[in-house]
Write a protein that binds this ligand. Sequence first.
Ligand code: NAD
Length: 433
Amino acid sequence: MTRNSRLPGFSKLSAEGRLEAIANFAGLERVELEPLASPDNGLPQEIAAHMSENNVGRFSLPLGFATNFRVNGRDFVVPMVIEEPSVVAASSFAARLLRDGDGIIATSTEPIMTGQIHFPEPPPAPVLEDCLAANLPELKEALDRLHPRLIAAGGGFREARVRRLVDPEGHPLAVVHIHVDVRDAMGANAVNSMAEEAAPLLEAWTGSRVGLRILSNLPMHRRVKVEGRVPLKAGGGESAMDPDEAGRIVEASRFAEADPYRAVTANKGIMNGIDAVLLATGQDFRAVEAAAHAFAAYEGRYGALAKWRISGDALVGTMDLPLALGTVGGITAVHPAVKANFKVLGVTEATRFAEIVAAVGLAQNLAATRALASEGIQRGHMRLHARNFAVQSGALPEEVSEVVAAMVALGRSDLQAAEICLAEVRAKRGELR
Ligand code: NAD
């Protein structure tokens, strides 16, 4: 059966109703999603205690699902863990705009990660280069032998290259980069162990001492490109965009492309979406963040990751991103809520998963840029922030909606306004009694 991620009325349902809708969408039994609703938030203490050190308990954040996503012709609802209001709503909204342009089209490279073997006092060129070339088959055999399961999955060592650098004091140094196809793993452990295995071999072949041997968190050869189109009014479509609005989005994009001060905020918006999916799926979000920002500055100047232009009768957004994600390894088979979220996503290949994550990043950028270029971000976020202030002011669950409505009518979203509105709501309720 074809899955349809347009779930009208989803946001109006109760949490339990939403969970049932997600189970229906994904063709799962409700019980399979139990970790997402359980009192321990899908992470029993006995599992948490073994994940990291000096453990005292667990720490919760809200989990929601973004709807409307279509990536490469297939529909997805996407789990997002985030404390910031409006991110899940914005993703779902932008994904809906992008559906009219046939959703997001994503293409990926092979999942190649890089390991670094560092020579602080390098042998002169071409000694290192020649040694590496002469011993490449032996190196490949030694490294592949370490990971039979990775080889069985179709991955393994692919190639090695020498990079020669000069440190800030003018001393030469060299690095051997090993490229490893890590298939469905993030690959940190696999590549680290390969780099450590390669080091004594390279020392023996070259007679030079190795310094560090470690994964690089800049996976320049593991990339996802996404492209999304929003039809303009003239072109039609359910949620076609006004050409003036599209023009303002292009202006905003050019600003971010020209100015690092703006680019970092635009990229932060992209990472709002991406990090939320990474948290929900147990990924190494630190690695992805580090890579995204290094990539944004790779040409020597920090720039915008996403770009929007008008092409024909559509607003077209593009983004290229290095993404090291795993559907195996890490905590993917350990954390019950992570496992449930992967069931909902219905992807087992890491490259397909990375395409969804990049699509969420592009959608998030569209939503944020559109809001900024039209009404401004604060107005759009007001209702959502007002909820937090209403709760902070002491409003009971049954009072929150009324307090928020009063705050919106007042045109303010701050704690003092929430307190004033709560007092008004209670006074009104008292009068009615
Ligand atoms: P891992 O070592 O837990 O699992 C990967 C292993 O799974 C592979 O080596 C392979 O033996 C096996 N496997 C089975 N089926 C596979 C398939 N289809 N494709 C690929 N491998 C398959 O995981 P990892 O991805 O090597 O490491 C990820 C973890 O390492 C993350 O939790 C991350 O936080 C952590 N880590 C990160 C860094 C860093 O980023 N610098 C450093 C150290 C550790």
